[in-house]
Design a protein around this ligand. Sequence first.
Ligand SMILES: *Cc1c(COP(=O)(O)O)cnc(C)c1O
Length: 453
Amino acid sequence: MKFISTRGQADALGFSDAVATGLAPDGGLFLPEELPQFPAADLAAMAELDYPKLCAAFFRRFATDINDATFDRLVAKSYAGFSHPEIAPLVPLTDKLHVLELFHGPTLAFKDFALQLLGNLYEHQCEARGQTINVLGATSGDTGAAAIHGLLGKPGTAIFILYPDGRVAPLQERQMTCMQADNVYPMAIEGSFDDAQAALKEIFADQAFRIEHRLSAVNSINLARVLAQCVYYLSAWLRLPAAQRDNVEFVVPTGNFGNVLAGWMLQQMGVPIHGFKVATNQNDILHRLFTTGEYRVDRVAPSLAPSMDIQVASNFERFLYYNVDRDPGRVREIMATFKTTGVYRFENFDRDSFSASRCADAEIPGIIKRVYDNHGYVVDPHTACAFAEHDPARPSVVLATAHPAKFPDTIKRAVGISPKHDSLEILKTRPVVKHPVAAQADAIRQFIRDRAV
Ligand SMILES: *Cc1c(COP(=O)(O)O)cnc(C)c1O
């Protein structure tokens, strides 16, 4: 299987190279040349598999340049650190309403699903090629922590994570800055997540620098992340009561469109999912897109669900590619216009598969309380956004993207209890080590140059 760029001006690469490269050299994002199909018979056979085996079976269609035994080993290692035996348990709240718990990984957020695997893929690559790799990413909170945990202490790797200083939750910051590993560099940037993301894009556009330091991107643009996220949709779909499967709507708290894109791609691979609800917080560019067809950038307003405080959704370009009938010339045109005007009008997107909801910040504590009162179940502020406009008639699976213990203040305010988790308690006793840096490509490049492996 080869992977091509959404902008059509980069060579097609095999899986390992596309993963190592991250952003395509022409500025586009990698996608499979063709989406493989999973007919009903294949799905029936997959229903028997446990999570790691399901993941390996799914990836076989894509990672054709890694031998099966090696890939099985990497997957097993990636999910061994999860604290729940089912990895992604599907918990019923009512007959028709399930929660897919994606927070049993080492950093207690869904991003561990992709980043544990990505860390092991990087390590494998370093070994196989006898090279080092420097990983660079920008985070609004959970990505950084999950990426760092994916590479913690791995020989031949260093990881540089940009995050907006003062705009990630205190425990999220601790998950990045209290890790006591000497290959980890949390960089506190003055500015918003979008400023960090803009600097990151500029650095990745600098080919010479990128090649010199064998830089790889770890943010949600990496192809391996999107594919790893497809697997938990598949797992949930296979575990639903058969009568609900074709009718199910996945409700996805999202900011960067990474999570929901993965579900939609799985649907395009022939898994009969009814649709997706794109659940945003008050930073609602995606809500506006799916209700009006207009994608228009606005300012970021910090919220109680900080991992969704994003306006420019980086995975949007992948969706766009499919929506212009996979015409890379159109993608280039649209992205160039969008860069200067900040607006794009979708003509004909897959309206049938999407609905959207928006959750104002002030609603979040009330929703947490309502879900707790109705179901005795505590949701984190991101997951709460998915409950903003629940339709009880439709079978739904809400993706629970973080463990409530990551956001104890909001939970305490909402329901009067402070959820705890051992892994977070340990961090509170360790010193914070962070590196303040200006949100400018030059300053960031210099920092990396001085410390790259
Ligand atoms: C990252 C994150 C999100 C948003 O994910 P997208 O990639 O933007 O879809 C939602 N909730 C939590 C807890 C997160 O960490």
